[in-house]
Write a protein that binds this ligand. Structure first.
Ligand code: ADP
Length: 259
């Protein structure tokens, strides 16, 4: 129970005052929870930002204070650049979530050919998958029209396919299929990657939740991608699901209302 409601100290009798006290306490509990979540988020965000700052600082100090070969200077600069890029990504993901929390993130809805949108994103990501020895292809598609925000839906698909590439080993495959199911357009992104242990599945859409933090970081991940995806899907009146088996692969299924 929240601190404020404790201070009120009114028994939950069955009269109007008792019922009001119960309602009031429930509201205070909700506000309390929301503050707790916000504090946790700020804590986690500060912690995540501290790591790249510490690396940048130590590399720059070492470069300034000791003499190095040209190769060593180059390597320090490359590390600084990569950490700065990671921070940039982290800050833009954090800003997105802050805007969505404060309802400042607006959707610009229009009629979109969803099948074409997916093909466009696959064309951009295919060479990256190929560089990683992964075969990425659309195996089932059609002219599916949805009402959506093109920038947000692009970000959603990009995040999910990019994750599939990041968590699949060379020689693996990513297959995308889009079909109409009742009132929805169903998109499945199936990879033959490392998979997600069952106990982690209920948490992977939480902010900063990562199954393997070191691996995520190595891949440039912030641990915020799936929370952003979930926000985008629900803002469109859809839902996102995940099925996975360790060592076999994962399937992310996106349901969006069809037109
Ligand atoms: P990250 O930036 O770490 O990739 P996300 O929010 O996108 O963060 O994903 C959260 C976690 O879910 C990842 O760290 C990873 O452990 C797991 N994950 C997401 N997609 C996949 C996938 N296709 N295969 C295996 N694990 C995945």
């Amino acid at each position: 129970m929240g601190d404020l409601s404790k201070r009120l100290n009114i028994p939950y009798t069955n009269d109007e005052i008792g019922r009001l006290a119960r309602t009031f306490d429930a509201m205070i509990d909700k506000i309390d929870d929301s503050f707790k979540r916000q504090r946790q988020f700020t804590n986690d965000a500060s912690h995540e930002l501290r790591t790249p700052i510490a690396v940048i600082q130590s590399q720059a100090e070492s470069a300034l204070n000791f003499s190095h070969s040209e190769d060593e200077y180059r390597s320090a600069l490359a590390t600084i650049l990569s950490e700065a890029r990671h921070m940039g990504k982290l800050v833009s993901d954090l800003l997105f979530l802050a805007r969505s929390d404060s309802r400042a993130e607006k959707l610009h809805m229009e009629e979109l050919n969803f099948g074409e949108l997916v093909e466009g994103i696959v064309a951009v990501l295919k060479p990256i998958a190929q560089d990683n020895g992964i075969d990425l292809k659309v195996i089932e598609n059609g002219d599916f029209i949805v009402r959506g925000d093109q920038t947000h839906l692009t970000q959603l698909l990009y995040n999910i396919i990019d994750n599939a590439i990041k968590y699949t080993l060379p020689g693996g495959e990513i297959k995308i299929s889009i079909e109409k199911k009742g009132e929805f357009v169903k998109t499945s992104v199936r990879d033959t990657g490392i998979g997600i242990p069952e106990e982690h599945l209920p948490h992977i859409f939480e902010r900063f939740y990562r199954v393997d933090k070191a691996r995520s970081r190595e891949n440039g991940g912030t641990g915020l991608g799936l929370s952003i995806c979930q926000w985008i899907v629900s803002a469109h009146g859809g839902k996102i699901e995940v099925f996975s088996e360790v060592g076999k692969g994962s399937t992310f299924v996106i349901w969006l209302p069809s037109l």
